[in-house]
Design a protein around this ligand. Structure first.
Ligand code: NI
Length: 173
């Protein structure tokens, strides 16, 4: 297992469209383990392969309190989404320190392969439903800040770039 580095917004690679996973083989199983380790290490509740610069349709999620209920979704497809929508504050490991409201369906039904390559249908609501929609956006190259107003998005972009420059400077010191 290994910790993977997480792309930081506004890295243009975050806007790459992921292609389907062709086979759930040893390479994918190893990627799943690394992504879970990376997500838990960063205290995240979800991580998409896009965020670790692998552009294949794979996400890992764990919204449990105990951090012991990993969910693996390979080639996920939303087969139903409720018309009822609600705004929740979201954050993202690729946009650390930023939280803002995004409107999502309150319930979704998703079909995906699990970590063993078996087809599963998951009915989700609450935080899990939000997380699934957020992670699946990553696979489409979409980061949650793109739902915000251009003004807010530009402020976040300059804040992220400033932080990165500051970190770069301290590395040199
Ligand atoms: Ni995210």
């Amino acid at each position: 297992m290994a910790l993977l580095s997480i792309l930081q917004y506004p890295d243009p690679k975050l806007h790459t469209l992921a292609r389907p996973v062709a086979a759930v083989d040893a390479r994918i199983r190893s990627l799943i383990q690394d992504m879970l380790e990376t997500m838990y290490d960063a205290n995240g509740i979800g991580l998409a392969a896009t965020q670790v610069n692998v552009h294949e349709r794979l996400v890992v999620i764990d919204v449990s309190e105990e951090r012991n209920e990993p969910l693996v979704l390979i080639n996920p497809d939303i087969v139903w989404a409720s018309e009822e929508r609600v705004v929740n504050d979201e954050g993202c490991l690729s946009v650390p320190g930023i939280y803002d409201g995004v409107e999502r369906s309150t319930q979704v039904k998703v079909s995906a392969l699990d970590g063993e390559g078996v087809v599963r249908t998951i009915e989700a609501e609450g935080l899990l439903a939000v997380c699934i929609q957020h992670e699946m956006d990553h696979l489409k190259g979409k980061v949650f800040v793109e739902y915000l107003s251009p003004l807010k998005r530009n402020r976040i972009k300059s804040k992220m770039l400033k932080t990165r420059r500051a970190l770069g400077k301290s590395d040199e010191a």
